[in-house]
Design a protein around this ligand. Sequence first.
Ligand code: COA
Length: 189
Amino acid sequence: MEITIATLEDVTGIAKVHVETWQKYYRGQVPDFYLDSLSVEKRVHKLEEMLASGESETISLVAKENGRVIGFCDVGPSRDKDATAKTGELYAIYVLPGEMGRGVGSQLMKRVLNILMDRGFTEATLWVFKSNGKTRRFYKQRGWSEDGATKITPKDGFSYDEVRYNIRLGFPPISSAIWMRQECVRNLC
Ligand SMILES: CC(C)(COP(=O)(O)OP(=O)(O)OC[C@H]1O[C@@H](n2cnc3c(N)ncnc32)[C@H](O)[C@@H]1OP(=O)(O)O)[C@@H](O)C(=O)NCCC(=O)NCCS
């Protein structure tokens, strides 16, 4: 598997991961009518528009195997009103359902947090569905903690109920340091 900065060539692969993960993983957490309305074509169009505007400060990484995108993540400056200029945000992290649980998400996360740190961000936040227990555990095991902020975002006849997590960059808490050491042993670095 290789992890690289995403380019225009990866847009369709990213859109496929996004739509497949939403439709399979979020079934039961998000209404069916919304999941069934998602399409790769619409997502590609949206991503291409965003890239063409040249205004996006988002950095996207893709994880690829044999040229196929199996996961991606997006980061950039925090969009929250209470954030400082040094607060980054993990906007999205997704791995294809058939590839989950084999370390792809962990490697994407490690790489993207290093990129934020290199760009001078000292902390990062993310929003996750309150109902998304598995992913919330994934974040907690990797050094993120709930910071108490919550939000409910209305969306086409339903709403997203989310909680915010925060991590300091450059000063891993003990649980995260242990995880990084385990990763190091696994990768023989
Ligand atoms: C969260 C996610 C990015 C993690 O990526 P991943 O490649 O599955 O994770 P890894 O293999 O690196 O790490 C596995 C760990 O994550 C946990 N995990 C979380 N969600 C998991 C899932 N759906 N399947 C398998 N493991 C999952 C496992 O418990 C495992 O813990 P362990 O290290 O103690 O064994 C990925 O599972 C995913 O795309 N989930 C659905 C979408 C989502 O919730 N995205 C975040 C939106 S805020």
